[in-house]
Design a protein around this ligand. Structure first.
Ligand code: PMP
Length: 423
């Protein structure tokens, strides 16, 4: 386990990697090089231990039973809520709603707050970079409410074109929904500025933080956003847990999402009242064990330090871009200013399908992702059907980058004719 130092955040990579059992795996006789962290992260032993410990010692349903196990399970579940609140600087843990993932958190806002707030003719502003999770719910809602979807387009190197905001933001804008860090280009959105501009026309700002909370310090007060969503599985935690944060007054005013157990105050056959926050928005038995283990993941990241995670990924990104420069067969996407970019590199090898690139890399035990990465409008803008994506996390090393580079040498060897034709 590495610890952040105040002046120079560096990670003790050898010790840290020991915490991740899966990194000892070999594939095709070679050590695994895991560069698919934007899709999901690997889990440290501490998180796996928490899961087993919970089921072996404290498993029970929460918030109901008065028995010892019920109280222990409730305490462990609620402890994660406090850890999540502290991680993002929420004013209180009541502002943290557990969902299944980022997608569900965004849909929750679409089908509660937004469904009430939007009138025909109103406008929702999104960006060209959005993951389908932060686009499809707004497309559906715009259709349902006869609202209009407006799009912030990109500069040639893939940053948000803020010049278009003057035209896009009007008194009809009710919501600006923006990805904090792009899962394809890595672009980091200037959220504070977007919040200021959105609030100036009376709109709310929703931040899809699926690719930022796992990788950099995020503080909702500093961002001045109104809603924020992220997923545990991308930040060392288990699958099946997401977080929705929203300002308390907004959550208080919102109607419930799902109806059922836990979310009610009192039920008679002709009337129902709602529970207090956060329970009003968490119907039914939640994903208890995974939420508990997510708490261990947050503690792990906090011990390392989010600034150290960001600094490490930025170093890897700089090293990788340097190694991949001056290769005419590569088409690299994303901002050149690394202060405006997370640890993601998407690219194409000219003349070669992205699935073929990732298959050749997989033969060398290098896990990357190929396809449209749930961002079809962005790939339309890039004018390609798909791309190959390598994405870093705290346990990746410069040796992983070297493996990627030699893996791409192999792609060049295998496809030299196709590449030659495309150049
Ligand atoms: N937004 C972004 C930017 C993402 O990268 C992802 C995951 N690829 C999501 C939303 C959706 O996350 P989940 O699948 O956990 O709901």
């Amino acid at each position: 386990m590495a610890v952040e130092t105040a002046s120079a955040p560096t990670l003790d990579l050898a010790a840290l990697r020991e915490d991740f059992p899966i990194l000892r795996r070999r594939i095709n006789g070679r050590p695994l090089v895991y560069l698919d962290n934007a899709a999901t992260s690997q889990k440290p032993r501490q998180v796996l231990d928490t899961l087993i410990h919970f089921y072996e010692h404290s498993n029970a349903n929460i918030h109901r039973g008065v028995h010892t196990l019920g109280a222990e399970a409730t305490g462990a579940y609620e402890r994660t809520r406090t850890l999540a609140a502290d991680l993002i600087g929420a004013a209180s843990s009541e502002e943290i709603i557990f969902t299944r993932n980022t997608t569900e958190a965004i849909n929750l806002i679409a089908y509660t707050w937004a469904l009430e707030a939007l009138q025909p003719g109103d406008e929702i502003v999104v960006t060209r970079l959005e993951h389908h999770s932060n686009l499809v719910p707004w497309l559906r809602l715009a259709q349902e409410r006869e609202a209009k979807l407006c799009v912030i387009e990109l500069t040639p190197d893939g940053r948000l074109d803020l010049d278009s905001l003057d035209e896009l933001l009007t008194e009809r804008t009710k919501l600006v929904a923006v990805g904090h860090a792009s899962n394809v280009l890595g672009t980091i959105a200037p959220v504070e500025e977007l919040a200021r501009r959105a609030h100036a026309v009376g709109a709310r700002l929703l931040v899809d933080a699926a690719q930022s909370v796992p990788h950099q310090p995020v503080n909702v007060q500093e961002l001045s956003c109104d809603f924020l969503a992220f997923s545990a599985h991308k930040m060392l935690g288990p699958t099946g847990v997401g977080v929705l944060w929203a300002r308390q007054e907004l959550l208080e005013a919102m109607p419930p999402f799902l109806g059922g157990g836990s979310m009610i105050g009192r039920v008679t056959l002709d009337r129902v009242t709602w529970n207090v926050l956060p329970y009003k928005l968490e119907a039914g038995t939640p994903n208890i064990a995974d939420v508990v283990a997510f708490g261990t993941a947050i503690e792990y990241l906090q011990r390392v330090g989010m600034a150290a995670v960001r600094a490490h990924e930025r170093e890897l990104l700089a090293y990788a871009l340097e190694q991949l420069a001056d290769r005419p067969e590569l088409e690299l996407y994303g901002p050149t200013d690394l202060d405006q970019r997370g640890g993601v590199i998407s690219f194409n090898v000219r003349g070669v399908h992205s699935h073929d690139v990732s298959t050749i890399l997989d033969e060398q035990a290098i896990a990357v992702r190929a396809g449209h990465h749930c961002t079809q409008p962005l790939h339309e803008w890039l004018d390609v059907a798909g791309s190959t994506r390598a994405s870093f996390y705290l346990y990746n090393t410069p040796a992983d980058v070297d493996a990627l580079v030699s893996g791409l040498d192999r792609v060049k060897e295998v496809f030299h004719r196709a590449i030659g034709r495309a150049l």
